[in-house]
Design a protein around this ligand. Sequence first.
Ligand SMILES: [Zn+2]
Length: 271
Amino acid sequence: MPELPEVETIRRGIEPLVVNKVVDHVRIHNGSLRWPVPDLLIEALPGQKVHSVVRRSKYLLFTCDQGTLIVHLGMTGHLRLTSHTSQRRKHDHVEIVFTDGSALRYNDSRRFGAILWTESNPLQHVRLAGLGPEPFDPEFNAAYLYRLSRGRKVAVKPFLMNAHVVVGVGNIYASEALFSAGIAPVRPAGKASKAAYGRLVQSVTEILEEAIAAGGTTIRDFSDTEGRPGYFKQKLCVYGRAGQKCVSCGTLIKQIKLGQRSTFYCPVCQK
Ligand SMILES: [Zn+2]
């Protein structure tokens, strides 16, 4: 499943390929994605210019003249730009053809992704309105996490992975950020200090920035390729390292299940 850094990498790869292009027509070959692809796209999109591609959480927002196309890649979705005359591939479900003859194709074998349309503020769309701040937003800070967590008995790791708290902190990033901040993943969120949350905010942003930077090196060419960046080669300190020595103190890394998710931590470095 693409995580936030991969979606950001895809955004950076796709945006220059579609901005200032005008939609000629839309083809919906199979609109049964996670939610039905609205048929009105066929009527509404032609003639509209794409102004920007922005990201909110793991949604890509294609800003057009009269509204916004909201795309989520689900588990297996990807986008590629090709010629409208090139042969359709298996699982190419939706195609947006531009007036220059290029076509943006959405491919999704498992069809857990989504393509939606809104003519209102996309950030207020029902799928986006309840989301917490972006990890790079100044609103995501120690005071915010401290305030939000008071009285919460939930462990700090699932708290951090809750999209209502902050978006885009997946399982690997949560494990790594908690290690870097020296916080045990099982600690109740309500028991962590403001200083601990300050370290956590810094760790989360650093790890995601590093992942995006690594992703940047994988942007090859979204024209006619899979349109999917490779897995980022990041150095992992705890994730997937159960039974191996902690990089900091040499203690063996432990693995537990927490909120149904595999969780890795150093029992000495993380309190
Ligand atoms: Zn350690």
